[in-house]
Design a protein around this ligand. Structure first.
Ligand code: ASP
Length: 324
């Protein structure tokens, strides 16, 4: 039987409310009681629980993510653990998932899971999502696929997964692409291969206690300059612009980036459009800008913070964004 580490971090999956509503709930449940609510779990795996914190995911800080990533790194080297499941709030789940995608070797299954409805709601989705996540983490076919997200019977890749709906139970998906696999009536089935981060691009979190500040600035018609000035004044080390279309920048965004670049800030053109790449432009070299390629603004921020923390220079960061 597989030996799993189940890490509870909070979120709606761990929340309840008196009013049988889907909002205004509080995180009340620990990971042990969530597991106890799934009677079949002990037939799937030998499960050990840990609870480093129990928070709404909107409140997670960099220190929490680094703590989680370090623990997962240790667990992935621990021969007494075969796979890891992390329960997590859905609001920022894709950020943690991508962070772990860039920092965790793909030797063991690492699965994130959450729920859209609190545990007290009619038809709460947490118990089945968690049961499915345990099944996926315990399954031999899940090894070597990188960090996974299990939601609404779908198996998704952390690299591609985004939250796409504010309330429905099928809130997570891959923009415009199929899912890796399904859990159907207890059976785990993969249809597509996933691409874990190649070993030479993985970041170690050893010794990291903080990460450089990187802002995401959303671009739009007649955007103002002051948000760029404020970011520079706040001494950010990076700016990711959620630009228009193929990473097009409004006049103020371009001016703001030039101003920031002159102060040593790394600026990346990403896109506010959910699908497609941001491709490099001839003018990037003269402007000192980088293109986000296939990463969305949130993923670009995660990658840029890790790259800056490890002292990567402008050219290497450009190569990294292209390779991811
Ligand atoms: N507020 C929740 C969170 O912790 C939302 C959820 O988990 O669905 O992100």
């Amino acid at each position: 039987m597989a030996r799993l580490l189940l890490i509870g971090t909070g979120g709606t999956i761990a929340a309840t409310t008196d009013a049988h509503r889907l909002t205004d709930y509080q995180v009340t449940e620990g990971i042990e009681s969530m597991l106890a609510a799934i009677p079949g779990a002990s037939r799937i795996a030998d499960i050990r629980c840990e609870q480093p914190f129990n928070l709404d995911s909107r409140a997670l800080r960099t220190a929490d993510i680094l703590q989680l990533a370090r623990r997962i790194g240790q667990a992935s080297r621990d021969p007494s653990i075969d796979g890891i499941v992390i329960t997590h709030g859905t609001d920022s789940l894709e950020e943690t998932a991508f962070f772990l995608h860039l920092t965790t070797p793909p030797d063991k299954p690492v699965v994130l899971v959450g729920a859209m409805r609190p545990a007290s709601a009619p038809s709460a989705d947490g118990p089945l999502n968690l049961l499915n996540a345990l099944r996926v983490a315990a399954h031999p076919d899940s090894t070597g696929r990188g960090v996974l997200v299990v939601f609404n019977d779908n198996i998704l890749a952390a690299r591609l997964c985004t939250k796409q709906h504010t309330s429905r139970t099928d809130a997570f998906g891959h923009d415009g692409l199929g899912v890796l696999g399904h859990v159907c009536d207890g059976q785990v089935r993969y249809h597509l291969a996933a691409a874990p981060t190649p070993p030479h691009l993985l970041f170690s979190v050893r010794g990291l206690r903080a990460l450089p500040a990187v802002d995401i600035l959303y671009d739009y018609q007649d955007a103002p300059l002051h948000v760029y000035q404020a970011a520079v004044q706040a001494k950010v080390q990076g700016i990711v612009v959620a630009g228009m279309g193929n990473g097009s920048l409004s006049p103020a965004a371009l001016r703001g980036c030039r101003l920031a670049i002159n102060r040593g800030v790394v600026c990346v053109r990403a896109s506010r459009v959910p699908r497609g790449s941001v491709t490099p432009k001839a003018s990037d070299a003269t402007d000192g800008l980088l293109a986000a390629h296939d990463l969305n603004p949130l993923q670009t921020r995660v990658a840029l913070r890790l790259a800056l923390a490890r002292g990567m220079d402008h050219t290497s960061i450009g190569q990294l964004l292209q390779a991811l």
